[in-house]
Design a protein around this ligand. Structure first.
Ligand code: NIG
Ligand code: FE
Length: 405
């Protein structure tokens, strides 16, 4: 039997314009009614429908309620770390130079291949718990540090197991086209053939929710990226792209032509890329952690994205090379201070728009019909989510209708 629960005595940031034109959609002295994993009603406590007979009532003590956070771009499953490379970069060696010398992603590939599935699950679980402690209820995890059929499958299985073991909804993305593995040295087109051949097999095993690629001069060309996207399209899988991170490759327009869910990074995005993303309904995923950690100076074109009406998401891009951070709230803060997002845009970026970047329309707002994923914060106003940093005001997390303990 599905249980009906009334979560009351909260200030609710619904992010639903129906509850206020300022975008926060605040409801004072509000309540949420859930049945099973669904929200069935949201409103002021006094307006609770008389036919609602909740089996349970939970007093939230006046907390601020927001939708559960969505981290829509992570590389959470990997072996080892790259602290030594960080030291090299601090001494002036560039990320590209390290990658070209065989370090970078390739060094993490070696450590990942050497790790057992259980070890990978243990380290990824520890990282996921940091994100979950700050209210993350939906997490995207990419492969891309295995770069063989067996090792990519292992990483994707770890992501699936993590989602099954934790009160967390995990979405998987196959990123076989992340870097050229050593056994394909000098043969990038052959490697792309292999990636395209692995995809149906991984998909048949139920391991793939979306397909991504790294389109860059140190990654794969637009023509190679296109072949990966065609393989995804043949299986009906949605695509996304690491686009224009270090240079403008025209990747965003290519991805948009395939109806991409999102284009991510985007520091070097052109006006044409923005127009193509707008026309395709593609979300711009901003990754201030990578911008910060690589000490980039070229900002993504935020004002132009805003003017064009392209939805902007914000994510950790957690990975050992360019963004070894595990705080989505810190990313919201950085999105404001470094990228000049407004606090409302930053909060929409880690909820509503992050869900859309994963193709999910059933979460990201607190309205009837949405998944019952929400967070109770010890805060007065949701703009504080982008204000405090190095501080975790998360007090309770309700994931799919059940409180996490
Ligand atoms: O999102 N840009 C490519 N992929 C990752 C970095 C991977 C790494 O350096 O290990 C990113 O920044
Ligand atoms: Fe990434």
């Amino acid at each position: 039997m599905t249980t009906t629960t009334l979560w009351h005595n909260a200030r609710i940031a619904t992010l639903d314009p129906a509850h206020g034109a300022d975008g926060w959609g605040l409801i004072e002295d509000g309540a949420v009614l859930t049945t099973g994993d669904q929200i069935t009603w949201v409103g002021p406590n006094r307006a609770l429908p008389s036919h609602a007979h909740p089996a349970h009532e939970v007093d939230l003590g006046g907390a601020l309620l927001t939708p559960g956070l969505v981290d829509c771009h992570t590389h959470l499953v990997y072996g080892g770390h790259r602290a030594a490379e960080f030291e090299q970069r601090l001494q002036g060696v560039s990320y590209e130079a390290i990658a070209r010398a065989g370090g970078g992603i390739r060094s993490t590939v070696a450590a990942t291949r050497a790790a057992s599935e259980d070890d990978l699950l243990a380290s990824a679980t520890q990282r996921a718990k940091s994100l979950m402690a700050e209210g993350v209820t939906t997490l995207e995890i990419k492969s891309g540090y295995g770069l063989s059929l067996e090792a990519e499958a292992r990483c994707l299985r770890v992501a699936r197991r993590l989602g099954a073991e934790q009160r967390l909804d995990v979405k998987t993305t196959f990123l076989g086209a992340h870097a050229l593995p050593p056994e394909f040295e000098g043969r990038p087109d052959d490697y792309i053939d292999a990636v395209c051949a692995w995809l149906p097999e991984l998909h048949a095993q139920g391991l793939v929710d979306a397909v991504d690629a790294f389109c860059e001069h140190i990654g794969f060309s637009p023509a190679q990226t296109r072949r990966v996207f065609e393989a995804a399209k043949a299986l009906g899988l949605p695509v996304k792209l690491h686009a224009e991170q270090l240079s403008d490759q025209g990747g965003a327009a290519l991805a948009a032509a395939f109806g991409a869910l999102s284009c991510d990074h985007l520091e070097h995005l052109s006006d044409d890329g923005i127009a193509a993303m707008k026309a395709a309904g593609t979300v711009a995923v901003l990754l201030p952690g990578a911008y910060y950690f690589l000490r980039e100076t070229k900002l993504p074109p935020i004002a132009a994205l805003r003017a064009a009406g392209v939805p902007m998401a914000v994510s950790t891009d957690h990975n050992p090379g360019t963004s070894p951070g595990l705080s989505l709230l810190l990313m919201a803060s950085m999105a404001c201070t470094l990228f000049r997002l407004t606090p409302l845009e930053a909060v929409q970026g880690i909820t509503l728009h992050a869900a859309r970047a994963l193709g999910l329309t059933d979460r990201g707002q607190l309205t009837a019909g949405q998944r019952a994923d929400f967070v109770a914060w010890e805060l007065d106003h949701p703009n504080e989510l982008a204000y405090w940093f190095g501080h975790n005001p998360c007090r309770r997390v309700i994931a799919a209708g059940l409180e996490r303990t």
